[in-house]
Write a protein that binds this ligand. Structure first.
Ligand code: HSE
Length: 315
């Protein structure tokens, strides 16, 4: 690596929680995702040159932006005697429930690690990303960052010590995500959750996590659908999302296996068997938003197995 080296990377958006797995399950999707260009500088520290596509809402202060917080942690860890500057292109709004801050942070550490000849493993980089989530939404959560960094479907089995398990997904599993034109801040969506839950809810929630894991491993789509129930977050957060239950019901009536809130919302996801059903489900969910006069983007893809990747320069 030398001064002036550059790289352009992409890191995917994610669906966290996946109904029954509050703060412990997540998966990456193909689109949207953030793009980031990084250039190595002789000066130490990290500088944000430009952020495009965020409507000016994200912090330009490198101590507060999730991407630069994570990159700075990386540089400190390797004792770097150089720095970098970045250009960030946001492809999703913050407060969308698509892991926006996570995708930026993953793009940042992935870029610096590639320029540094992959000095660190993904497991070694994960704590920097969790720290970046703390800076962005005041909660040190791993579900979005781990899913974007590792790609695929992940289980955060333990936070201390960190133990990330990648779960295989069946071939015909498709995901629909609808992002309505509404902002829900993760910090606020966490504050409305009760600090304690009834024992019966804890039992049902953990039974569904077990069911979902086995359904994914066996390719048992019916079991996947039966397990996509959330007793912890959805009952409280659904009120932050206009038309949530209408979207969920429209998805189920159109053949989705199950549907719930993506991350802390307002995005809503549905898992489906096959692309044809996923397309129908996407149309039905979008129709609900149209009826309410709320703009919305729909993303349909398989689970993104790859995670972040290097992109060619366009110039
Ligand atoms: N698991 C986190 C939450 C994800 O639901 O608050 C934030 O997008």
């Amino acid at each position: 690596m030398k001064i002036g080296d550059r790289i352009r990377v992409y890191a995917p958006a994610t669906v966290a929680n996946v109904a029954c797995g509050f703060d412990i399950l997540g998966f990456a999707i193909e689109k949207p995702g953030d793009e980031l260009i990084m250039e190595i500088t002789a000066e130490k520290g990290v500088v944000i040159v430009d952020i495009e596509g965020d409507g000016g809402v994200l912090p330009r202060d490198a101590k507060k932006n999730s991407a630069t917080v994570a990159i700075q942690d990386y540089l400190n860890y390797i004792n770097a005697d150089f720095g970098c500057k970045i250009w960030l292109k946001k492809m999703m709004p913050s407060g969308s429930g698509l892991g926006s801050s996570a995708a930026s942070a993953v793009a940042g550490v992935y870029a610096i690690n590639m320029l540094c000849k992959e000095q660190l493993t993904k497991n070694e980089m994960l704590p920097f990303l969790i720290n970046a989530e703390k800076a962005a939404c005041d909660a040190a959560i791993a579900d979005n960052v781990a899913a974007s960094l590792f790609g695929g479907f992940i289980l955060v089995r333990s936070y201390e010590p960190l133990d990330i398990i990648k779960i295989p997904v069946p071939e015909e599993l498709w995901c629909v995500v609808i992002n309505p034109d509404v902002i829900v801040l993760t910090k606020e969506a966490r504050e409305i959750l009760p600090k304690e839950i009834p024992l019966t809810h804890a039992l049902r929630q953990s039974a569904n996590v077990g069911g979902l894991m086995i359904g994914l491993l066996r390719g048992d789509y019916d079991l996947i659908g039966r397990s996509l129930i959330d007793y912890i977050a959805e009952p409280h957060r659904s009120k932050l999302i206009p038309g949530f239950y209408d979207m969920k019901n429209a998805a189920l009536e159109s053949g989705a296996l199950g549907s719930s809130i993506s991350g802390s919302g307002p995005s809503v996801f549905a898992l489906c068997k096959g692309q044809e059903i996923a397309n129908k489900v996407g149309d039905a969910m979008k129709q609900v938003m149209n009826n309410l006069g709320i703009g919305a983007e729909v993303y349909i893809s398989k689970v993104n197995a790859q995670g972040p990747k290097v992109l060619p320069f366009l110039d």
